[in-house]
Design a protein around this ligand. Structure first.
Ligand code: ZN
Length: 312
């Protein structure tokens, strides 16, 4: 059985930079490359399989036609999306709906729970996570009066930090930050504030009413300060386990065995290089270990982020 090695899809953005080319080595042109959709079957960016038996097939095609590879999961669409985001400039301040709200207001789309593993950031960088309003009335009045400095909660960010972003959480990464994002396969984003920037001479659309609907008040954040070890893979920390995914992080120093104990597993190499069962992989490689791929032998010096759907 082969690993399913992905061919990422790239997205330009006004806030994007060049690190996806210069730091990750992807063959992509432009000076405002914002996102690498690394493992995705979303219709806005459906990755092809790069090598092997399924080379050239789209991940969405595999999800529909080779259910055996995913242990016959019943979700209509491939439910996860892995991205790398290079923010050269600040991203707009935004919020996502949950499944229920998105289903009702966005043509049956999935909501969006996401999480960030910080791959790199400049000294002194902050991120936006949460807000300071105590009641819905206060939130609405701060938004209406554009009191952004009062409303927006900022915290310092460092390489190696991890953040879980629940629906209803106001959030944004700021310029100088590179993250790996694991998320539900959705692109429903409500923009609350865009720093009054112009894109092609115009301000980008805001979604103030929907934002007011979905922002949770008050903000209740929690930050893990230690992580559990995975029982089968002691070299992996479990960064988060929620209703939509489990995300792990770990380092391979020399060699390690990866026990694929889920329906299928998504793996991203975020630093270093090495091999998996003899296949070369390096920083920027992303692949799926399909159902039945029970154990993988890893060699080299690598940092990995892995994810999977929750156990049914
Ligand atoms: Zn988001």
């Amino acid at each position: 059985m082969d690993i399913l090695l992905m061919k990422p899809v790239f997205k330009d953005a006004i806030w994007g930079g060049t690190k996806l080319r210069t730091d990750f080595g992807y063959d992509v042109a432009g000076d405002t490359i914002g996102e690498c959709w690394a493992i995705s079957a979303h219709k806005q960016g459906d990755c092809e399989i790069a090598t092997g038996e399924f080379a050239g097939k789209k991940l969405s095609w595999l999800w529909e036609n080779r259910k055996d590879l995913f242990n016959n999961r019943e979700e209509k669409v491939f439910p996860l999306l892995t991205k790398i985001i290079d923010a050269k400039q600040d991203l707009s301040i935004q919020v996502h709906p949950n499944d229920e709200y998105a289903n009702a207001h966005e043509n049956g789309s999935l909501g969006k729970t996401e999480c960030w593993y910080v791959l790199d950031c400049e000294e002194g960088t902050e991120i936006v996570i949460g807000h300071n309003a105590k009641t819905k009335e206060e939130l609405v009045s701060m938004i209406d009066n554009q009191e952004w400095d009062k409303l927006i909660r900022r915290v310092p960010v460092h390489k190696g930090d991890f953040f879980q972003i629940e629906p209803g959480t106001v959030h944004a990464i700021k310029g100088g930050t590179v993250i790996l994002e694991t998320q539900q396969s959705s692109d429903i984003t409500y923009r609350v504030y865009d720093y009054d920037r112009l894109s092609n001479g115009k301000k980008r659309e805001l979604h103030i009413d929907k934002s007011k609907d979905v922002i949770k008040v008050p903000y209740e954040g929690k930050k893990e300060d230690s992580y559990k070890k995975d029982s089968d893979n002691q070299w992996l920390d479990i960064m988060v386990e929620c209703d939509f995914y489990t995300v792990w992080h770990g380092f391979v120093n020399g060699n390690a065995e990866l026990v694929q104990n889920r329906d299928f597993m998504l793996v991203s190499v975020v630093d270093g290089d090495g091999t998996i069962d003899g296949v070369s992989i390096s920083k920027g490689s992303h692949f799926i270990l399909p159902c039945g791929y029970k154990k993988a032998k890893l060699e080299g010096n690598m940092e990995l982020v892995c994810s999977a759907l929750p156990v049914r």
